[in-house]
Design a protein around this ligand. Structure first.
Ligand code: GMT
Length: 375
């Protein structure tokens, strides 16, 4: 099939999932065309089966807000015609599903039918999309997609609760490339980050409010009072400065390293002993799954779809949002002896296998087939 994928090109989970999906589809013989405003961060190589089309929005002084949806839908019309695209797959409803719908309608005028699959990722529904300013347009574009998927059962239920949805929603969970993570990776440079007797705790996110970065710091503070450890903070975002300030106030600067954005999370996770994800909301928690496939147990909140990934008492522990004391206690429970830690690491890796890309990509292919039959 010839598939056009629309996504955000950034470090966020939806962009990562869309990019990894496109790469996997291309390896299975499909021709994939990414359409977005910048080459996606995880898209290193372009080849005969992977193409990238940049959406440009020329600056014009009259516009207070530059019309990205207009540029995207026009670009889609051009690409779909020029490349004879069979399927349009948009990731993140805002504004991609809306622009995709407009492109479909324009093409219809020329007698061209292209089915659209919309994948809902989380914040497009829970944080942003359900705002009254956007809700009618988001409802409309979901209901006018040919196939709609959500990355967890929890997100499906949120979507049905927050919008007037007349469309069936298929749950297709996020995935990881299980076999690509090599447990015997010999270049795992643990000694650069911590002493022999220290545990390494990691957090990776976009440092937005929803991630509750201050809880990460507070949990770690309690943990390091009991167990010698280091905290690695990976990512960039608006909460970073406040977090650094809090680290200084607590006097633990020597134990916390802020590493910024990284394209090599596997290299950091390979020497991590524990992952912290205390988010306020999380439709899935791809970062937790990436930790698990690298044998890293997860201490998280029980928000949204996280319990569909992190199994309480098996791959880590779940606590109510904001319950720092419980999270710290659970972290200590996992890290205090080697045998317990090893058991949780083994469990985390085993559970991650359920989300292997080999099991998930065929589900998308089936949905593409279904969308083509419907159109
Ligand atoms: O986590 C974020 O803030 C980024 C956001 C995104 O849209 O890229 O992530 C959402 O989509 C990911 C991929 O499906 C999910 O794993 C994240 O849980 C979800 N984030 C939230 O729901 C807050």
């Amino acid at each position: 099939m010839k598939i056009a994928i629309v996504c955000y090109p950034t470090f966020g989970g939806s962009g990562v999932v869309a990019t990894e999906l496109g790469i996997a589809l291309s390896k299975r013989g499909h021709e994939v065309h990414f359409v977005t405003y910048k080459q996606p961060v995880r898209l290193a190589l372009l080849n005969d089966n992977i193409h990238f089309h940049e959406v440009n929005v020329p600056d014009y002084a009259l516009f207070h807000y530059q019309p990205y949806e207009l540029a995207l839908s026009s670009k889609l019309v051009r690409i779909i015609k020029k490349e004879s695209i069979d399927i349009l797959h948009v990731h993140y409803a805002i504004p991609h599903a809306y622009a995709g719908y407009m492109a479909k309608e324009m093409l219809k005028q020329e007698g061209i039918e292209v089915p659209m699959v919309t994948t809902l990722h989380g914040t497009d529904i829970t944080l942003v999309g359900s705002h009254p300013f956007y809700r009618p347009a988001v409802s409309f574009s979901i209901n006018n997609s040919d196939v709609v998927t959500s990355v967890s059962e929890s997100l499906k239920q949120d979507t049905l609760r927050l919008f007037d949805i007349t469309k069936e929603i298929d749950v297709v969970p996020n995935f990881i490339d299980y076999t690509a993570v090599d447990d015997s990776f010999t270049d795992c440079q643990r000694s650069l980050m911590a002493n022999e007797d220290e545990r390494i705790v990691t957090h990776i996110s976009n440092f937005r409010k929803v991630k509750r970065i201050s809880d990460v710091i507070e949990v770690f503070y309690r943990l390091q009072l009991e167990i010698p450890s280091k905290l690695l903070m990976v990512g960039e975002g608006p909460e970073r400065e406040a977090a650094e300030q809090r680290v200084r106030e607590l006097g633990i600067e020597e134990k916390v390293r802020f590493l910024g954005n990284s394209n090599e999370v596997d290299k950091i996770l390979c020497f991590s002993d524990l992952f912290l994800l205390p988010s306020e909301a999380e439709s899935f928690g791809l970062a937790a799954l990436e930790a698990m496939v690298n044998r890293v147990p997860v201490i998280s909140s029980n928000a949204g779809g996280i319990p569909e990934v992190n199994v309480d008492g098996v791959t880590g522990y779940l606590s109510n949002v904001g319950n720092i004391a419980d999270m710290a206690q659970n972290a200590i429970r996992i890290l205090e002896d080697d045998a317990t830690l090893e058991q949780f690491k083994t469990n985390a890796k085993k559970e991650a296998a359920k989300f292997d890309i080999q099991n998930i990509v065929p589900l998308y292919e089936e949905l593409y087939e279904r969308a083509l039959v419907k159109a």
